[in-house]
Design a binder for this molecule. Structure first.
Ligand SMILES: *Cc1c(COP(=O)(O)O)cnc(C)c1O
Length: 355
């Protein structure tokens, strides 16, 4: 039976990206050696990092003055690296969920943290709209896509202070105006690559503004200066990122990814809204195009396990919602096909007909 991977992360990747990465693990660049056993400083590996950076710049139209980095540690290490490198006195955070809260917790180790708005009052089912950004803060931190709650800021907001964004779960799903950001980061394992590499896009002249000493590995300037090669980078995940960047380019770039994301969301949200059994959890204007969250209506609550078992029997993988929200979550990243969304809809319809 065909499986449709709706996992929230690590998550679906294009089949050819997986095959190409697997092939390089057996024989990299016709060298007779595995990608796993070559030096990251080998002559034929530097082009991998160079091309990944160049493609990222091309696909997102990244302006001059920005550097693309491939680091370790995941988005979670960025929660601490960001304040280490940017927080002198005070930072502003928009609290849209668990990940934003975790980012704030780390920032508090370095200075004052102002929570400019929070949607915790309604279990993060919406993106706060009315807030004031303190102009005396060193930066504003946002989480563009809230993987757990299915809400998203799918626009590049205006900020009078340097804007820093965790884009772990909607990166490369739409065109970006990178010039509005001082730094963008995320773990690769949602929409870019296999787990193990963290992407960072940083405006070079935004660095070096804090007075504290920064440990070498946690100082972005180290990685800017050394081109992500200060120490041994995660070579296999970087290679898989390159394969995916090539895939995105070959399939029409981020504009095409954006169009597909809208198409997928229309299909799945359309069914969530139509089906008598289900209801979406996020406020409509805040709905994520990447993680589509829904629950059973109160009168059908007892069908929770039955629907999950039914969906699994139809080849749907990973549709169980996060424990903080319950219900179901269909993660529809770039690699999720329209066919996969239609299969999920057919499954929801069939289940409805049975009840
Ligand atoms: C998954 C996720 C993280 C955590 O990423 P790690 O790479 O596992 O540290 C952070 N932020 C968001 C929005 C996520 O979806």
């Amino acid at each position: 039976m065909k499986k449709y991977n709706f996992n929230a992360g690590p998550s679906i990747l294009p089949r050819e990206v997986i095959e190409q990465t697997a092939a390089a693990c057996l024989d990299f660049d016709n060298s007779g050696l595995s990608l796993m056993e070559i030096s990251h400083r080998a002559k034929n590996f530097q082009p991998v990092v160079d091309e990944a950076e160049a493609l990222m710049k091309e696909l997102l139209d990244i302006p001059e003055g920005y550097k693309v980095l491939f680091l370790g540690g995941g988005a979670s290490l960025e929660f601490c690296m960001v304040p280490f490198n940017f927080l002198e006195k005070k930072a502003a955070y928009l609290n849209t969920g668990v990940w934003a809260t975790k980012a704030m917790k780390e920032a508090k180790l370095f200075g004052e943290v102002v929570e400019i708005a929070s949607s915790a009052d309604k279990n993060f089912t919406y993106i706060p709209q009315n807030y004031t950004i303190p102009t005396d803060a060193d930066y504003l931190h946002i989480t563009t896509n809230n993987t757990i709650y299915g809400t998203e800021i799918r626009e590049d907001i205006d900020s009078p202070i340097p804007l820093i964004a965790d884009m772990s779960s909607d990166f490369l799903s739409r065109p970006l105006d990178v010039s509005k950001y001082a730094l963008i980061y995320g773990g690769a394992q949602k929409n870019l690559a296999m787990a193990g590499v963290t992407f960072v896009i940083v405006k070079e002249d935004a660095l070096g503004k804090v007075s504290r000493q920064i440990p070498t590995m946690l100082d972005y300037r180290t990685h800017v200066k050394k081109g992500s090669m200060f120490n041994t980078p995660p070579v296999v995940p970087i290679y898989s990122a390159l394969m995916n960047l090539r895939y995105i380019k070959a399939h029409g770039g981020v504009k095409a990814m954006d169009k597909l994301a809208h198409q997928r969301a229309e299909i799945v949200y359309g069914e969530i809204d139509r089906n008598k059994l289900f209801v979406g959890t996020a406020e409509e204007s805040s709905r994520s195009l990447m993680n589509l969250t829904f629950v059973l209506k109160p009168e059908y609550q007892d069908l929770q396990d039955e629907f999950l078992a039914f969906a699994t029997s139809k080849g749907m993988v990973g549709v169980k919602g996060h424990r903080d929200v319950g219900g179901f979550r269909a993660s529809c990243y770039n690699a999720m096909s329209i066919e996969g969304c239609e299969a999920l809809v057919a499954c929801m319809k069939e289940f409805e007909a049975q009840h």
